[in-house]
Design a protein around this ligand. Sequence first.
Ligand code: TXA
Ligand code: MG
Length: 334
Amino acid sequence: MNRLSCENSGDLARADEILGRGGLVAVPSETVYGLAADARNERSVRRIFETKGRPLIDPLIVHLHHPDLISLYCEIPNLLAPLANAFWPGPLTIVLPYRHGSLSPLVSAGLATLAVRIPSHPVLRKLLAIQNRPLAAPSANPFGYISPTRARHVIDSLGERLDAVLDGGPCEHGVESTILSLADPLDPVLLRPGPTPLEALAKVIGTTPRVKDCLNEPKNPEAPGMLASHYSPSKPLHAIPEGRMEESQTQKGVARLYMKRPYAHGEAADTFWLSENGDSTEIARNLFELLRKLDADPTIKTIRMEYPSGREGLNRAIYDRMQRAAHKMQMEVS
Ligand code: TXA
Ligand code: MG
């Protein structure tokens, strides 16, 4: 496995060359690291599934350099242009009616739709621009584990199974892209909350998209990969409503993960926090990194984590990822 640096244009050319030969390259994005292959190469796309241990029924997102390239593969509904103007390049994936172009059929898992994204990470954009290569890329983690937000996370869990990792530093958003389905353009559906908030989508679309409750529909055919058991650490993780972590009792081996720094006992060794002041951008950015860190710490047996009470803005995505990661969810009582 080659560790490539994003500051070096020779390394970018090397990453492109590896992809051209059918290799797998982990790439940085503004959301999480992706496990990329040329979406037209059947063998490489198959390797993505094998490397992650991902079932073939779970389709992949195709990353493109420019929205103009989408018409090579998809039908273009009227709503696409305003959404592209408002949110691309950036952390929004749009599911569109698929025209079955030159991509490997494994990418869309046989569905009549294709998920596309125009990412904003400058390194990934440069790589995509070299040849306008369509890159299929799921998050670069073993299937079911927490998504990677640093190159080190990818190396730790998939390292030797990849041809290269392009190190672009920590990811800006830290949670996966928002997924909006325009499979039926008259009925936009939010399939996965993410850094592009529902409220912002609603403003551009003119009405609030229907929200698909993927968590409670594990067999949801519209998003086969969104099983409730995603993003989990291997240790027991209990999610506690904001402000209800019992502050008095500390237990050996139990880590407490707060959303903001608890000044009263912030010095305690079993106490961790996702942000200084409760800023949701910071919470999202740190969430997967901290869950990985606590999961790897041998002195910790169980994790208790606070979850947000509101669903506005980025909190919808934070709540969603915490709910998926948790093995036990203590519900709010009002
Ligand atoms: O931020 C992201 O979206 C990252 C970065 C690398 O771009 N990628 C990512 O990919 O999160 P992945 O494969 O881990 O999650 C994509 C989700 C899966 O749950 C998959 O089932 C769903 O998108 N998906 C892909 N194609 C779809 C389609 N045609 N219709 C509905 N859901 C689809
Ligand atoms: Mg994933």
